[in-house]
Design a protein around this ligand. Structure first.
Ligand code: FRU
Length: 495
């Protein structure tokens, strides 16, 4: 039975979306149907289509009692909205349906597992305290029935000293023997992060198995939105820590996304990390989730936003929140590599190519402009010259605005800077990271959609993601060098 709360959300979103022009949304990144979007949820392939749900508050462009929005796609780039899937409408989730995931059951139905939030004592004049437990809903890809026995994983099952308030973001998967596993984040006694592993024969009855991984205050505090999978012979734990301290050029302050690469001990059911790295070196990336596509690709999608820079909301927009481009991920040399899904190649039009262009000072190239493009730029020092001091690429550019991507070979620092992108807020506008290069030679694949830039450096060894809300008329691209270098540029329009 669809509740009145869900019916209302479904009615509202149908009307609200009509006030948003398609040209006022990203072209091939999923944005919220109406109101507000945060984390990707239930990213799955079900009955011949990709499904993506998301943290959703349809009624305002700000976070509110969480619903699940829903969209489907054949190619992960063109999305069709479906009616909101979940609303906070039962006792165990009455204050929010937080993040979670999806799996197909043997009978062909789809199971959603999510965090039910209850604010105890709310409205009764008592001190508020929050309870977070894991709940399920089962459905047909359109309508989902909440399980009467919710919650199915209670925080009482967690080890001694763990929080009842911060226990969330279940990620479910099916094992080869048909049983299910699920991980969820919890805040242990040391105040940092911990990932718990559960098992179930049917997706409904769950048993605590082990502490899969512990933060021990190494990377930020509470770990949110975990994902765990085997990839290229290693095990990978993705999680998004809150309240991080910066570390060199690897981790930035605040909320970030961490990739731990290591091994899984099948006896103790514990993950042992050997390598750590940031997942994204830009400004806007959080809470990613992955799926295993029917063709074996592990595909990751993230919320293209950062909790600390929400104040940069575009004026007058009736939507807030978009997802990143889905990215094929792999492990090479104990590092996470990311690459835009190959389906994007089908959207490429009007190729413009330049080879061996000398750059010394400023340069514009005919046909190289646009705000929905796929552009690969390779730079190398000019032969017989001393290595250049600095390279910069300005995009989303006109007399007033630009966003800059710059690189100094002497210290290997790449910087994204959107200070001049039109933002009128004093939030973080730039981020620097160390990138690898061979004597000043490196490659950048730049994907621009109307309100974002994603830069894949060195075949996906690093990615730099940032939202930009610059007026669409600012579509210029300018190359700048301090010193002499040589460029190759290949550009396609997308859409
Ligand atoms: C991460 C997060 C999750 C939570 C959701 C609530 O961005 O804080 O941990 O489930 O957002 O909307």
């Amino acid at each position: 039975m669809t509740s009145e709360i869900l019916r209302e959300a479904r009615r509202y979103e149908e009307v609200a979306e009509q006030y948003i022009q398609n040209t006022d949304r990203p072209g091939f990144h999923l944005s919220t149907r109406a109101g507000w979007m945060n984390d990707p949820n239930g990213f799955s392939y079900y009955q011949g289509q990709y499904h993506l749900f998301y943290q959703y508050y349809p009624y305002a462009v700000k976070w509110g009692p969480m619903h699940w929005g829903h969209a489907v796609s054949d190619d992960l780039l063109h999305w069709t909205y479906l009616p909101a899937a979940l609303a906070p409408d039962t006792l165990p989730d009455r204050d929010g349906c937080f993040s979670g995931s999806a799996v197909e059951l043997p009978d062909g139905r789809q199971l959603l597992i999510y965090t039910g939030v209850v604010e105890v004592g709310r409205g009764m004049g008592e001190l508020e305290s929050v309870r977070q437990n894991q709940c399920i809903a089962i459905g047909d890809g359109l309508n989902y029935e909440k399980y009467a026995g919710n919650p199915v994983i209670d925080s009482d099952t967690a080890p001694e000293g763990c929080s009842k308030e911060d226990f969330r973001d279940p990620k479910i998967w099916k094992e080869a023997d048909g049983t299910y596993r699920c991980i969820a984040s919890i805040r242990p006694a040391d105040g940092s992060g911990m990932i718990l592993l559960y098992s179930s024969p049917d997706g409904i009855h769950w048993k605590f198995e082990s502490i899969l991984a512990e933060n021990k205050n190494r990377f930020g505090k509470m770990w949110e939105c975990p994902d765990f999978f085997e990839l290229d012979g290693k095990y990978v734990l993705l999680t998004s820590p809150q309240n991080m301290l910066p570390e060199g050029f690897e981790y930035h302050n605040g909320n970030g996304t961490l990739c731990l690469i290591g091994d899984f001990d099948k006896e103790t059911k514990q993950f042992h990390d050997e390598f750590d790295q940031a997942v994204d070196y830009g400004i806007d990336f959080y809470a990613p989730q992955t799926l295993l596509a029917p063709d074996g690709r592990r595909i990751m999608i993230g919320w293209m936003q950062n909790w600390d820079t929400l104040a940069m909301i575009r004026n007058k927009a009736r939507w807030f929140g978009q997802m990143t481009i889905p990215r094929e991920i792999s492990i090479r040399n104990n590092r996470l590599y990311q690459w835009p899904i190959r389906e994007l190649d089908k959207l490429r039009r009007n190729r413009v190519e330049y080879r061996d262009v000398d750059l010394d000072g400023e340069l514009r190239l005919d046909g190289i402009r646009g705000r929905q493009i796929d552009m690969t730029v390779t730079i190398r020092p000019a032969e017989g010259e001393k290595i250049y001091e600095k390279f910069a690429l300005w995009f989303g550019e006109n007399e007033i605005y630009h966003t800059s991507l710059s690189f100094h070979p002497s210290d290997s620092i790449m910087k994204i800077d959107r200070k001049f992108s039109g933002s009128r807020r004093a939030v973080i506008h730039q981020r620097r990271s160390k990138v690898s290069h061979q004597n000043g030679k490196l490659t950048m694949r730049i994907i621009l959609d109307r309100f974002s830039a994603e830069i894949f450096v060195n075949n996906g060894e690093q990615v730099i993601t940032a939202t930009i809300y610059t007026d669409q008329e600012a579509d210029g691209i300018k190359f700048i060098a301090d010193g002499k270098l040589v460029l190759d540029v290949e550009k396609y329009e997308l859409g």
